[in-house]
Design a protein around this ligand. Structure first.
Ligand code: XMP
Ligand code: MG
Length: 183
């Protein structure tokens, strides 16, 4: 493992400036669409934390925030679609306008499960906001109301996304060198 995380980087896919200006746009769109309403932002731990913090500040409406942690049974790379709740919400979502905030949608299985689970709790509405959309390996369609960037099928890190809990604090979205996975 190198001391300098930047040495592990193959390339930057989305720069810090691009991320910042896109989040500003998403915040403006959400602010318009939810005018007069209160939003309950639900972040999916842990990847969504950094995006959520910036997005919340780009929304000029009252927001409450809450978090869920989920994990798929078995291999994380070839998701089975079976999702387990590791940490549930602290708040009741009944009659709330729920905005699910996710780092990346890949197969769609995680959010498909979360949507179903949350709908059963009778919220007023549910929409999804994802920083990244990776449609190439989609197994189930999920309705994405707000999408930061659609990206090709790279494994990406940064801005909350990790490889083995590293690189979450990169202020951009990047692709690692193959050596970084092997180390
Ligand atoms: P699904 O396939 O259910 O999974 O849409 C979404 C979750 O898979 C993880 N994931 C990634 N994590 N870089 C990451 O750091 C990636 O390129 C990547 N692709 C998927 C992530 O946890 C996401 O919530
Ligand atoms: Mg995640």
């Amino acid at each position: 493992m190198s001391n300098n995380m930047m040495d592990d980087l193959e390339k930057i896919l989305v720069s810090e400036t691009e991320v910042a200006s896109r989040i500003k746009e998403l915040g403006e769109a959400i602010t318009q669409d939810y005018a007069g309403k209160e939003i309950l932002m639900i972040g999916v731990l842990r990847g969504a934390v950094i995006f959520m913090a910036d997005l919340a500040r780009a929304i000029k409406l009252p927001v409450a925030i809450d978090f869920m942690a989920v994990s798929s049974y078995g291999s994380t790379t070839s998701s089975s679609g079976v999702v387990r709740i590791l940490k549930d919400l602290d708040e009741d979502v009944e009659n709330k306008h729920v905005l699910i905030v996710e780092d990346i949608i890949d197969s769609g299985l995680t959010l498909n499960y979360l949507m179903e689970n949350l709908w059963s709790r009778k919220p007023a509405s549910i929409k999804i906001c994802t920083l990244l959309n990776k449609p190439d390996r989609r197994k189930v369609e999920v309705p994405i109301a707000y999408n930061g960037f659609t990206i090709p099928d790279y494994f990406v890190v940064g801005y909350g996304l990790d490889f083995a809990e590293k690189y979450r604090n990169f202020p951009f979205i990047g692709v690692l060198k193959p050596e970084a996975y092997e180390g």
